[in-house]
Write a protein that binds this ligand. Structure first.
Ligand SMILES: Nc1nc2c(ncn2[C@@H]2O[C@H](COP(=O)(O)OP(=O)(O)OP(=O)(O)O)[C@@H](O)[C@H]2O)c(=O)[nH]1
Ligand SMILES: [Mg+2]
Ligand SMILES: [Zn+2]
Length: 316
């Protein structure tokens, strides 16, 4: 039997079978995927073969090759990584300008990771109902910045996707068009409203949401496991994930980092040296473009921060 992993709880998996049933399955302890060291051999979005035993238990016996996957490191120190989900058509990063604040470094690291794994990415700015006038300007600036780089953006308020009677708002329709017939991973810091957004799309409480800690203005990690849900209006799926703190791209070489920042990649063609890292080399076109404003300072800072990670991981 072939099925789709829709939920992983750590010890077992829920598989949506080709017969349309959801069954709980286990994985043999010695099953490992070649080449990837991960804490768990299968992930949400994997297509797997399932065998049912006479005692009623179901076992995952094989995994179909993956189209792609998104990884995050388990902890800063361990080299083990954790697959958030795989076989994605796109990733949507939920960003909030306040309550909690998503940093541009976080956005750019996420986008670079998506580039590295060749998964199309979009940004959904949420909680726009909370923004002051000044913050609305920040929102416009950020949207222009990322739109100009070719990343689609949306600005929504997940709590207002439906009105009091439950009818869909115009923003709902824009969003559902962006998600139609695609497998989309919802990512973002804890508390940005991933689960709220998911519930609003379905018009019912599919998953738990949690308040922001008032002491730290951060989410409380309410969602603890990734889970995918079939969209109500199309053949697409939506994947809710636990809030991510850090987002480290695995195994990026120093020379590669610039490839995952679209504008830096473009501009680097004019650097004097082909292997320029844009850190003070003579004739660096990228640094020149930062000075003249063609490359946003925030993007260049994010680039340098990812570059710094590569240096660090060499000594681990
Ligand atoms: N004002 C406002 N609050 C929102 C909006 N969207 C979500 N929230 C609130 O933000 C809090 C966190 O929402 P969740 O949906 O649990 O956030 P999450 O991203 O799933 O968080 P984790 O599961 O911890 O990763 C809840 O109190 C929501 O009601 C919004 O558009 N506006
Ligand atoms: Mg959640
Ligand atoms: Zn350069």
């Amino acid at each position: 039997m072939i099925g789709l992993i829709i939920k992983s709880t750590g010890s077992s998996y829920w598989v949506h079978t080709d017969e349309g049933k959801d069954i709980e399955c286990h994985v043999k302890g010695n099953m490992r995927i070649r080449g990837i060291r991960t804490t768990s051999p299968v992930a949400v979005g994997d297509y797997v073969s399932v065998e049912q035993q006479a005692d009623g238990t179901s076992w995952i016996t094989d995994i179909e090759p993956r189209k792609n996957y998104i990884i995050r490191r388990s902890t800063n120190l361990s080299k083990e990584s954790h697959i958030l989900a795989c076989n994605l058509d796109q990733v949507a990063l939920i960003v909030t300008i306040r309550h909690p604040e998503t940093s541009t470094t976080f956005i750019d690291r996420f986008l670079a990771t998506a580039e590295a794994y060749r998964v199309p990415a979009m940004l959904i700015f949420n909680k726009v109902d909370l923004l002051t006038e000044e913050e609305q300007n920040t929102l416009s600036e950020l949207r222009s910045l990322y739109e100009a780089l070719g990343y689609p953006t949306l600005a929504i308020c997940a709590c207002q996707l439906r009105d009091a009677k439950g009818s869909e708002s115009p923003a709902y329709h824009i969003l559902s068009e962006a998600l139609a017939d695609k497998v989309t991973l919802l990512a973002g810091n804890s508390g940005v409203g991933k689960s709220t957004l998911l519930n609003a799309i379905f018009g019912e409480e599919k998953t738990r949401t949690g308040a922001i800690s008032s002491a730290h203005d951060k989410g409380m990690h309410t969602t603890t496991f990734s889970e995918m849900y079939p969209l109500p209006d199309s053949s697409g799926w939506l994947i809710d994930t636990p809030g991510i703190k850090g987002f480290g791209a695995v195994k990026m070489e120093k020379e590669e980092v610039g490839h995952y920042f679209r504008e830096i990649f473009q501009s680097a063609r004019n650097c004097r040296y082909g292997n320029c890292l844009h850190t003070g080399e003579p004739g660096c076109a990228v640094e020149q473009d930062v000075v003249n404003g063609k490359i946003a300072a925030s993007r260049f800072e994010s680039y340098l921060s990812l570059l710094g990670d590569c240096e660090e991981s060499k000594y681990r």
